[in-house]
Write a new protein. Structure first.
Length: 674
């Protein structure tokens, strides 16, 4: 009897780790796989509690992507690295576009996930989401990526509704000497990076870097319609150049500082499919070039008073500019944040802080999309406090906290949480939490006007608009979570999370006399689980198996036109797969040769757009890399992505571009360190 597609693909993934077992039975132990898994349980993370904590002591769903994971993967971008995390939905839309979300609500403009790079928020105020093509981080310079699934608003504020991603780069002291890399392949046409770091005096380290990449066009997905062009080429090639610096220094044994900055410039081709011609009712295709530019500078000062006491002050300025055929947008952001941690009564570990953010934006629209007013300045004031109470020392911890924010859209927001952690043994932890989080309105929701269709009534052509609403309020969630974490020994870890979320005031679009308008009529719930196993049975084999499940039941008060909703006013899946399973395997073939496999199954996605229903079939993808450490200074990586089929569709863009397939990619990368 033939196995169903889903079950068959799951078995294929589980079999990847054993595929070459006989070939490696006599392989030597390799330094590339020396890290014990119990070390992962004790890794120090900062995103969950705004302080250094062992992973085993965190009452939240946390996953850490390490520098080793990054070095051995076939990934060439930040979103591709995030595929490793259970509970994240990562889909590539085209050469330069991704949809990334945590626990549902995925889309080109996902807005429920907060992303930071070294503590600097990189969300775009226009839609409270992330332009992933503008996040220029040299992958070799990442120390780790901390991913918190579930609300983190108590510490990090609005928009940390379903998760937080904190990308942490290496200190300058860990990047001394020369690093150079070059790569080329069929889709990754050319890539190169150069970094140099050194010590200045006795207490200052500095480094500088630049990076370049050029990626070729993808192809349009097959369609019953006539081909858009003879080659079916999506014309979405992408070039990016970026650079940066970082200095770290010590004022004394207890005081330290950091100064860092980045600059970038890039061009991305695309074809926009919209109602460009005001005299006809049909959509038309237009060749377009996206131009992105930006820079940022960040300073941080820290003073360690004691093992449990410290002050931290951080400030940054961020400028970004993006120009497309339908809208130009630019932002100037200034942010300052003060944080203090101290011990009280021997059992209370308290963290509190104050923050201020100022954002100036400017838009230049087109005949299909406008923002009114075109310029706006908004201020955000915030304060938070969190108390970790040791009820039974080293066994039972209660964490209470809340965040207060004042913004120009909804005035005041309060986002509390309660978390409880129990450690029955040294290697086990059980936790549960209840949290509230909000997603505040964005400019697109309050001020947008976009032509969604045109109707012909000769001699007139009447446009139909989707319009913003300056009365639009915050989206709200109450999240209930529970988890279990086990570090059995140095060879096995297990992590399980269950969650139930109650949503209200979600975004929807209701009919008006001129089209549709944004409203807060959506509501409902989600249930899910996330599991992560890591197993290192021998010194030459390491595996990581992840599984996630999510079921969303969201309804609308009216006929919903939100791209995340179906046309019968009930959400099908909020553009996210119900089931995801992946297996990563690292195998030391020889003392200096490692094979890495990453297979993943992604369930079908039932999407809908404002005008028509669409979807994405379930698929299985396999990435592989071979890493050869030629000598102490030189290494060679040969990698392939999406090796199981020539092309497949991962996501349908909600606006302006046609469905594009992700192709098979093979590239070689040469790395030099000295």
């Amino acid at each position: 009897m033939a196995l169903p597609f889903k079950i068959k693909k799951i078995f294929q993934i589980l079999g990847l780790g054993l595929l070459i077992w006989p070939l490696c039975a006599h392989a030597e132990n390799n330094g590339l796989l020396n890290l014990d898994l119990t070390d992962l349980m004790q890794i120090q993370i900062t995103s969950a509690g705004r302080k250094e904590q062992s992973l085993s002591d965190v009452p939240a769903a946390v996953y850490v992507i390490t520098a080793e994971d990054i070095a051995t993967s076939a990934a060439t971008s930040l979103p591709e690295l995030l595929r490793m995390v259970p509970g994240l939905q990562v889909a590539r839309i085209g050469s330069s576009k991704w949809a990334v979300a945590s626990r549902g609500f995925n889309g080109t403009f996902s807005s429920e996930l907060l992303v930071q790079i070294d503590g600097r928020s990189v969300y775009t105020p226009a839609f409270s989401g992330v332009y992933w093509d503008m996040q220029t981080v040299m992958l070799e310079e990442i120390e780790r990526i901390e991913v918190i699934r579930g609300p983190g608003a108590t510490l990090w504020g609005a928009n940390a509704v379903n998760g937080i991603i904190n990308i942490i780069t290496n200190a300058a002291s860990d990047s001394t000497g020369i690093y150079a890399s070059t790569a080329s392949g069929n889709l990754e046409q050319a890539a190169g990076s150069l970094r140099y770091g050194q010590q200045f005096g006795t207490s200052i380290y500095g480094k500088g870097y630049f990076e370049f990449h050029k990626r070729s066009d993808f192809s349009y997905a097959p369609s019953d319609k006539a081909e858009i062009n003879a080659e079916n080429d999506a014309n979405d090639s992408w070039e990016m150049l970026n650079g940066g610096f970082r200095f770290d220094g010590d004022i004394s044994l207890k005081q330290s500082w950091t100064l860092q900055g980045d600059i970038y410039s890039g061009e991305e081709n695309q074809q926009t499919y919209a109602y460009w011609d005001e005299t006809v009712a049909a959509q038309s295709l237009r060749d377009d070039v996206i131009k992105v530019n930006g820079y940022n500078i960040l300073g941080r000062w820290q003073q360690h008073v004691s093992e449990t006491g410290e002050w931290a002050l951080q400030a940054y300025y961020d400028y970004s500019e993006r120009k497309e055929s339908y809208i130009d947008q630019s932002y100037k952001t200034f942010d300052i944040d003060l944080q203090h941690r101290f011990q009280l009564f021997d059992r209370n570990d308290i963290v509190w802080g104050l923050g201020y953010r100022n954002i100036e934006d400017e838009f230049n629209g087109s005949n299909i999309l406008t923002i009114d007013p075109a310029r706006e300045t908004v201020d955000l004031y915030s304060a938070f406090v969190q108390d970790e109470i040791s009820l039974i020392r080293d066994r039972l911890l209660l964490t209470l906290g809340t965040k207060y924010e004042h913004n120009d859209y909804t005035d005041e927001e309060l986002q509390p949480s309660v978390r409880l952690l129990w450690k029955p043994t040294k290697n086990q932890s059980v936790w549960t939490s209840v949290s509230k989080a909000v997603r505040t309105p964005s400019r697109f929701e309050t001020a947008i006007s976009v032509v969604m269709s045109r109707y012909e009534f000769p001699p007139f052509v009447i446009p139909v608009y989707m319009q913003g609403n300056n009365e639009f309020g915050s989206e709200n969630v109450i999240a209930y979570e529970a988890g279990y974490r086990l570090g059995l020994n140095e060879n096995f870890t297990f992590d399980l999370t269950l969650f139930h979320n109650e949503y209200k005031d979600l975004r929807e679009y209701y009919f008006t006399s001129t089209g549709s308008q944004v409203d807060n009529g959506g509501k409902g719930s989600s249930n899910g689980l996330e599991m992560a196993f890591e197993w290192k049975p021998t010194g030459w084999l390491k595996t990581a198996l992840n599984y996630s499940y999510i079921d969303l039941d969201i309804t609308s008060d009216s006929i919903a036109l939100d791209p995340r909703y179906s046309t019968n006013a009930t959400v099908l899946s909020y553009s996210s797969p119900k089931h995801q399973v992946s297996l990563r395997t690292g195998i030391s073939l020889l003392e200096n040769l490692q094979l890495n496999l990453f297979g993943r199954y992604v369930d079908e996605i039932k999407q809908s757009s404002p005008s028509t229903a669409s979807g994405v079939d379930a698929y299985f993808a396999l990435d592989a890399s071979i890493l050869w450490q030629v000598n102490e200074n030189l290494s060679l990586k040969i990698a392939g992505q999406n090796l199981t089929d020539p092309e497949h569709l991962e996501f349908v863009n909600e606006y302006f571009t046609q469905p594009t397939e992700v192709g098979r990619s093979v590239y070689a990368q040469l790395n030099f360190k000295y």
